[in-house]
Design a protein around this ligand. Structure first.
Ligand SMILES: Nc1ncnc2c1ncn2[C@@H]1O[C@H](COP(=O)(O)OP(=O)(O)OP(=O)(O)O)[C@@H](O)[C@H]1O
Length: 233
């Protein structure tokens, strides 16, 4: 579970995130929308303890991330917009390497199965990552999250630049993980994906969470209108 309590980040006089209050439970997919510079990545970075809050707190499974950085990171998996993998290594070698860093000891067959379950085509498992599309690299990221058994996913614009099919495949993976009670926080500019995949949607503007809704309670048209109204006021 992820929780923000009055979470605030300031850079000098500038407030990047303003008293955010948010709760994301097991099985939730919370999609955070907002214009460039709205504070979405700042939110993710605070949960990851990459940056310190100016005030307020970020909690992972009830633990303050500032006070328990190692413990809380163990529960999280983070997939950034551009996942950095070793280009000269295969998907399988990358997965083995990064799982090793996480303390994992899966064998070759288990790692291969994780990649295939995460949607990577079998004939790419042993190909160098330099030949992968962005969608394929993201699937390695999902495999890594699965290998870790992470119950919380932090995703920063994971589908930006993916074609609709690849983006849809990524959504399918998120929905599978939702069934396994994974809690997901995903930033995105894709209103359609937010409505289609998210259980909850938040709209951020100027560091403030200006709107929050259950996606089942709004139509796509309503969401689009709400979003545009917030951006124009
Ligand atoms: N180290 C920093 N120093 C000063 N300002 C910063 C710093 N990091 C981020 N900001 C500012 O904080 C604000 C929020 O940035 P953030 O990256 O959270 O936006 P975002 O909603 O993720 O945007 P995008 O959609 O472009 O990724 C921006 O105005 C950004 O310029």
């Amino acid at each position: 579970m992820l929780e923000a309590k009055d979470l605030t980040k300031k850079y000098g006089n500038f407030t990047a995130l303003d008293t955010l209050n948010l709760s994301i439970r097991a099985g939730d997919i919370f999609c955070l929308l907002g214009a460039n510079g709205a504070g979405k990545s700042t939110t993710i970075n605070l949960f990851l303890n990459f940056i310190e809050p100016s005030s307020g707190k970020a909690f992972v499974n009830g633990l303050d991330v500032e006070k328990n950085p190692r413990k809380t990171k163990q529960w999280l998996s983070y997939i950034p917009e551009n996942l950095q993998l070793y280009q000269n290594m295969t998907g399988l070698e990358n997965l083995r390497f990064f799982c090793g860093l996480q303390g994992g000891n899966q064998n070759k067959e288990e790692l291969e199965a994780l990649l295939i379950q995460s949607g990577l085509q079998k004939d790419f498992v042993l190909k160098r990552v330099s030949s992968y599309s962005k969608g394929m690299r993201q699937k390695v990221g999902v495999a890594l999250a699965r290998a870790k058994g992470a119950k919380i996913l932090l995703l920063d614009e994971p589908t930006s630049g993916l074609d609709p099919k690849a983006s849809n495949e990524f959504s399918e993976l998120l929905l599978e993980m939702k069934e396994q009670k994974v809690a997901t926080l995903m930033t995105t500019h894709d209103l359609f994906r937010a409505k289609d995949t998210g259980t909850h949607i938040g709209i951020m503007k100027g560091g403030v969470l200006v709107d929050k809704m259950e996606s089942s309670q709004v139509s796509f048209q309503d969401l689009e209108q709400k979003y545009l109204r917030h951006m124009h006021t």
